[in-house]
Design a protein around this ligand. Structure first.
Ligand code: TYR
Length: 328
């Protein structure tokens, strides 16, 4: 796999492809970041971008994880004290999940976002941005029905973080794309350089295959789940024997979250997936890549129940180190 392929593997979108190619030409020592609002527990949504960071490290990037305490506060996620505690726990969980500690810098937003220079830049950005523009950028991130002033400041700070953390690449889920587009407009207005962005797909809700997996609603898999809980959740997951989002052609699209988890969580981290089956049902199956597994599910050679039990085992193995750390 060449550097561009590794860097963009499983990305839903890159902005722009040309800028990413330039980065991939000489990735050594380039800097990428993801920011997370410390809130709840680390779940598979976070781990998807973390897996991308691990791939970027493999490609030679230096990686920064921003524990965005101020952003979480602005987005109504609790008191500063609670948010800080969550941030500490999340940092440990990220390391347990496989981010190399010696290659990963963890930064709290409040370490630099309250400095005078940052604040003055923020006010300059506020002057350049209409309320409707900021509101649009926040559509997929905003908590609550009524936008607060704090939530209008939020995306402008996220844009400034790209400059202040001195990164060459901003990484996030697809739900961050509008903020990153705003950043691409705002940074040049402050005479800063535009940086490219890479967006990971959004894993669908496990039960329905629609919407996004989130800890605030629906079913998620988190670092705090027991083995049994994960087995039960995956067992109940929506898993039609196809990856086609609209098999009946009625315009109602649903993702297959079981396949998404294989594609975006398991195969990037695991060489071979073994699906254990009794001899009488054909014996074990082994997969070295996602595409073959998907094809077997579609053709019926792999039964959804078998796909699910193997998935639960793989997810449990990926989460185990974090779980142990949590119980330590
Ligand atoms: N907006 C991100 C989220 O929805 C958090 C974040 C905050 C990301 C600041 C980057 C950043 O610079 O979780």
């Amino acid at each position: 796999m060449d550097a561009y392929e590794l860097i963009t593997r499983n990305a839903a979108e890159v902005v722009t492809e040309e800028e990413l190619r330039t980065l991939a030409d000489d990735p050594d020592g380039k800097r990428a970041y993801v920011g997370y609002e410390p809130s709840g527990v680390l779940h598979l949504g976070h781990m998807l971008t973390a897996t991308k960071l691990i791939e970027l490290q493999e490609a030679g990037f230096e990686v920064t994880v921003l524990l965005a305490d101020v952003h979480a506060y602005l987005n109504d996620k609790g008191s500063f004290e609670e948010i800080r505690e969550t941030a500490d726990r999340m940092q440990e969980q990220f390391i347990a999940y496989g981010l190399d500690e010696s290659q990963t810098e963890f930064v709290l937003g409040s370490e630099f976002q309250l400095d005078e220079e940052y604040t003055l830049d923020l006010h300059a950005a506020e002057l350049e941005t209409t309320l409707s523009r900021a509101k649009r950028a926040m559509a997929e991130i905003q908590r609550g029905d009524h936008a607060k002033v704090s939530q209008m400041v939020y995306p402008l700070m996220q844009a400034l973080d790209i400059e202040y953390l001195d990164v060459d690449l901003a990484v996030g889920g697809l739900d961050q794309r509008k903020v990153h587009m705003l950043a691409r407009e705002t940074l040049p207005e402050l005479d800063y350089e535009v940086r490219p962005a890479l967006h990971t797909p959004i894993i669908a809700d496990l039960d329905s295959g629609v919407g996004k997996m989130a800890s605030s609603s629906g079913v998620t898999i988190s670092m705090e789940d027991s083995e049994d809980e994960i087995e039960a959740k995956i067992n109940d997951a929506y898993c039609p024997p196809t990856a086609d989002p609209d098999p009946d052609g009625d315009g109602n699209e649903r993702e297959n979250p079981v396949l998404q988890l294989y594609q975006y969580h398991v195969f990037p981290r695991v060489e071979t997936v073994v699906v254990e089956r009794p001899e009488q049902y054909g014996g074990n199956l082994e997969y070295d890549d996602y595409e073959t597994l998907e094809a077997d599910l579609e053709s019926g050679d792999l039964h959804p129940m078998d796909a699910k039990s193997a998935l639960a085992a793989e997810l449990n193995a990926l989460i185990e180190p974090g779980r142990q750390q949590l119980n330590a």
